[in-house]
Design a protein around this ligand. Structure first.
Ligand code: AMP
Ligand code: ZN
Length: 470
């Protein structure tokens, strides 16, 4: 198995990745809060996590990946204050919370499909797991890691030997973590304590509430990820993913409550994707142009151009969104797809060349998921001295991880260049010759190849005509 060197936020070092169980990886991803469309910043995180998952599979791991859907408990401030985001979405659109959750969950997965992001093996909404949350909170209370105050249940961070395991927080960072805090919660014993279960909050209009030993209420945000992960992946997790804003307080709190509950270390590797920023700073749903996949499509960008834009930079570096750069990527992507579509099927795969370039691809990806280097290797394949069949094999192989749709979309719609037109016409001529000789198997094979490249043909009285499949 090829070696993967991966940066671990926990150790703050690049480490050789080794899962707890040989050959199997348990992976957890913080899912979306489904109160609005995902912006392309959120989707940068999901694209890079998708690449990580696919690379683990590529090198032979059996991966089980779980993702939650936050449909309750995520307040406008990550530090447990403000309104529930879901309720905010429901009010905005004069709908129920469940209607909002259903609509934006579907919208999220539609965006993921367009970006070739695979759906995790398990997707679990928080509202499905209330009984599990209550059980975990009861255990935390029994072990005295939690306390009840003012009707809410809090996690007592002072009970831990070390709370800031993921980040070296100082007072200043702490202020950033709780920057939206409207007012200090006087029930908390320590500033960093967080809510496990709410029965009292400043807004009574909370739509979804459940019975609990502490009164009718609803769970805090952090408990859902610990619980859903443990429910589906057991006591030991190999990789936990999310955007960097999740490091504190969300992931810090997940570790606190999971390890207090389990009595041992929970997760080996923490994978965090840096933010996509716009010119005004961090991308958000409330300020600036709300950049969504649909908006990019309206502006004429294939969503996979955005995927390539993300893959061209390292996941641990902040990325600035810029339309000029996106335009360059759009041109490069179009050329790349056309080059791939123009490769022919003649000859036998050259095993040595294939192995040589696969090694280069693994060197890039194994070096802390260096996707931009992997794309360079892909370009090198196209330039290399090897036959088209081997090139095609390698590109299909790399695209299992990169998922840029290089071999299945054939041509970028509306951007067919002369090279490709020539190829299509040559193939049609070859097919017509085969038909004349009554070699219908060959004629059908050519028709299928054209279909794969994105072209449909029709035999008319005036001859064979072709069109691009829309
Ligand atoms: P949310 O739906 O707000 O819970 O966020 C979903 C995911 O997107 C989380 O993993 C966040 O850390 C991540 N995220 C939020 N903003 C950005 C951004 N500007 N760039 C990259 N990832 C982000
Ligand atoms: Zn989470």
């Amino acid at each position: 198995m090829s070696e993967l060197n991966l940066y671990n936020t926990l150790s703050k070092k690049v480490e050789i990745f080794k899962p707890k169980e040989e050959g199997r990886v348990k992976m957890y991803t913080c899912g979306p809060t489904v109160y609005h469309f995902a912006h392309i910043g959120n989707l940068r995180s999901y694209i890079m996590e998708d690449v990580l998952e696919k690379y683990l599979r590529y090198i032979g791991y059996d991966v089980k990946r779980v993702m939650n859907i936050t449909d309750v408990g995520h307040l406008t401030s990550d530090a447990d204050s403000g309104e529930d985001k879901m309720l905010k979405g429901a009010k905005r659109e004069h709908k129920t919370v469940m209607e909002i959750a259903q609509f934006y969950r579907k919208a999220f997965f539609d965006d993921c499909d367009k970006l070739n992001i695979k759906t995790p093996d398990v997707v679990e909404p928080a509202t499905n797991c209330i009984a599990e949350f209550i059980h975990m909170i009861e255990v935390l209370l029994e072990k005295e890691y939690a306390y009840v105050a003012g009707g809410n249940v809090y996690f007592d961070t002072s009970k831990l030997k070390e709370y800031y395991v993921l980040s070296n927080q100082n007072e200043e960072d702490l202020q950033i973590g709780v920057r939206d805090d409207v007012e200090e919660d006087s029930n908390k014993k320590n500033k960093t304590d967080f809510v496990l279960w709410f029965t009292k909050s400043k807004f009574d209009a909370q739509e979804l509430k459940w019975e609990s030993p502490w009164g009718v209420g609803y769970p805090g945000w952090h408990i859902e990820c610990s619980c859903i992960s443990i429910k589906h992946l057991g006591e030991f997790l190999d990789i936990h993913c999310g955007g960097v804003d999740n490091i504190f307080p969300h992931h810090t709190n997940e570790i606190a409550q999971s390890e207090a509950y389990l009595d041992h270390k929970w997760c080996g590797y923490w994978f965090h994707v840096q933010h996509l920023n716009d010119k005004t700073g961090k991308m958000s749903k409330s300020s600036g142009e709300f950049l969504t996949v649909s908006l990019l499509e309206e502006k004429g960008y294939n969503p996979l151009v955005y995927r390539m834009f993300c893959l061209q930079s390292h996941y641990r570096k902040p990325l600035l969104f810029d339309y000029d750069v996106l335009d360059n990527v759009k041109t490069a992507y179009g050329k790349l797809v056309r080059k791939v579509a123009a490769l022919n099927n003649d000859g036998e795969p050259d095993k040595d060349k294939i192995a040589e370039y696969q090694k280069l691809f693994n060197d890039a990806m194994g070096n802390d998921i260096n996707t931009s280097q992997a794309i360079t290797v892909l370009y090198d394949v196209l330039k290399a001295d090897m036959n088209d069949v081997s090139k095609k094999y390698l590109i299909e192989d790399f695209d299992k991880v990169l998922s840029l749709g290089l071999t299945d979309c054939g041509a970028v719609k509306g951007e067919i260049d002369e090279e490709l037109v020539k190829l299509v016409e040559e193939m049609i001529a070859e097919r017509n010759a085969a038909r004349k000789e009554k070699d219908f198997a060959k004629a059908d094979a050519i028709r299928n190849e054209l279909l794969q490249k994105g072209f449909e043909i029709k035999d008319t009285r005036e001859g064979t005509v072709w069109s691009e499949i829309k």
